[in-house]
Write a protein that binds this ligand. Structure first.
Ligand code: FAD
Length: 474
């Protein structure tokens, strides 16, 4: 049901108020609805984004090269899924080692999450060589705003108020009593039993920090709100060539038969296994290969003729017969949770007088080492099996080299999950430590980020949270 006038529902008895209507907020409301539980979603944006959005989303980043904060998030119904890439893959067991929940706690919700995201293909993660695994990415065509608007419009259990900006939490004695929000030029105080903050990887920290600033006794002082902010740096690390038949035959020798990926029609990606990461003391990196049929006059063949003339001679006939593929190599990297990477409040304000975000974020040399070692490992297989040749960019060997290394589009950490309040913000059920009725959901709760795309995991966390709430009593 769409709520146009907040005064009409101010006395309604909502079990939950969900703040934010991205994948996290909507997935939670859908699951509560299945259990006939009423929720109210407050969304700052409208059905579409508008030009004022950037005044709320902009901010400052100190440290490494970082995309414009206002371009990486969307303030509209459906949240950032309005322009996401739709790539999905699950985190693996090793990614969650330091979390207070295990992979099986999330896997319980895999098939439901796949339905929400319209995922029709299975995920796989298989051994490719002694040190590398091969994964697939499954693509979701879901824009949450488009898929779920009509459903919510007709729902008896989900109430949605658009153009409603949450400002801060009000409360005392370890409890949130109400929230303040702004709609149609009016301020409102809304109440419910539970509150879930689902405003995205950066906003969750910004809004909690601002509530704390306004009411210093609301949260315990030692909660590390905004701390351990992470990203998935993503950038190009090299290029290469490959003879298709040899690549397929290598796949067939290994266990990876009958997978559509060996046709080279898709992007595929590799990452290192646990033994390789431990031996080299590195974080993980996804190494993505994008294929296209090679054109024989391309510059990569001129280079190959100089640096590997024998190999070039070997593949020349294949090249003429268009059996050679050109490869672009990209990486998406795991970042270490670091206390010095954090979200804070800026001294500049948005139009409703909430301070904007100021993020301190820098890259680390261990990330570059991780991409280099994993890509070199792939290069060795290419040479040993005569599949092809890859060339890695100079910056992987010389940190002072100029290159386009930037943060990616995934924002992780800031309200991280954990068992202890001096080192985490939410507990294993996503409840803020020491506050009995406030929950936070989204990639801000990620304690470590792995190198996988986050949204599939966010949807599973949302389903788990809704199931927890239906039985939770205060
Ligand atoms: C260009 C791009 C490509 C991406 N590609 C992928 C991909 O391929 N795979 C993947 O897994 N992830 C991808 N992501 C990340 C993905 O979009 C996010 O993980 C996902 O949208 C997070 O969902 P969320 O609900 O936590 O937050 P969001 O989707 O950001 O939703 C937050 C919602 O909260 C609302 N909100 C914010 N502040 C307030 C407030 N004060 N009051 C009320 N409402 C508020 C916002 O308007 C928004 O609707 C991509 C991101 C970008 C930018």
């Amino acid at each position: 049901m769409i709520v146009n006038n907040l005064s009409e529902i101010i006395n309604n008895d909502f079990y939950v108020i969900i703040i934010g209507s991205g994948p996290a907020g909507i997935s939670t409301a859908l699951e509560l609805e299945k259990n006939n539980i009423k929720s109210l979603i407050l969304e700052a944006g409208g059905k579409e984004t508008d030009s004022d959005s950037s005044l709320f989303l902009k901010g400052e980043v100190v440290g490494g090269e970082y995309p414009d904060l206002s371009s990486t998030r969307l303030r509209q119904f459906g949240g950032t899924s309005g322009h996401w890439g739709g790539n999905c893959n699950p985190m693996i067991k090793e990614d969650l080692v330091s979390w207070p929940i295990s992979l099986s706690d999330l896997d319980e919700y895999s098939s439901q999450a796949m339905k929400i995201l319209n995922l029709r293909e299975d995920f796989f993660n298989e051994k490719f060589s002694k040190n590398l695994n091969l994964y697939n990415l499954v693509w979701s065509n879901v824009r949450f705003g488009e898929k779920y608007f009509q459903h919510i419009q007709k729902s008896k259990y989900i109430f949605l108020s658009l153009n409603t900006t949450f400002l801060n939490f009000n409360g005392q004695d370890k409890k949130i009593n109400s929230i303040t929000c702004f709609k149609n030029n009016n301020f409102y105080q809304l109440k419910s039993k539970f509150y879930i903050l689902c405003c995205g990887g950066i906003e969750n920290s910004r809004l909690m920090l601002w509530s704390k600033e306004k009411n210093k006794s609301l949260f315990n002082d030692n909660l590390p709100i905004g701390k351990y902010y992470m990203n998935h740096p993503a950038y190009s690390i090299g290029e290469g060539v490959m003879v298709h038949e040899k690549y397929v035959s290598y796949f067939s020798k290994n266990t990876i038969k009958n997978k559509p990926l060996i046709t080279c029609k898709n992007e595929i990606y590799f990452s290192a296994n646990k033994e390789f990461l431990t031996k080299n003391n590195i974080l993980n990196s996804g190494i993505y290969l994008n294929f296209k049929v090679a054109w024989k006059y391309n510059s990569i063949f001129k280079q190959l003729r100089c640096v590997a003339p024998k190999y070039f001679k070997n593949i020349y006939e294949n090249l003429k017969a268009q059996k050679v593929y050109e490869i672009n190599i990209e990486t998406m990297q795991e970042q270490k949770p670091d206390k010095d990477n954090y979200i804070n409040l800026s001294s500049d304000f948005d139009p409703l007088n909430t301070p904007l975000s100021k993020i301190f974020w820098k890259r680390s040399l261990s990330e570059i080492k991780s991409a280099r070692l994993i890509a070199e490992e792939l290069g060795k297989i290419f040479v040993d099996e005569d599949i092809g040749r890859i060339a890695l960019n100079k910056h992987l060997y010389n940190d002072s080299e100029e290159y386009g290394y930037s943060a990616g589009n995934h924002q992780l950490g800031g309200t991280r999950i954990g068992s202890y309040e001096n080192d985490s913000v939410v507990d294993k059920n996503l409840k803020v430590h020491n506050i009995e009725n406030l929950f936070v959901n989204g990639s801000s709760v990620f304690r470590t980020g792995g190198h996988c795309h986050p949204t599939y995991t966010i949807v599973k966390l949302s389903l788990r949270l809704a199931n927890y709430l239906k039985n939770y009593r205060i």
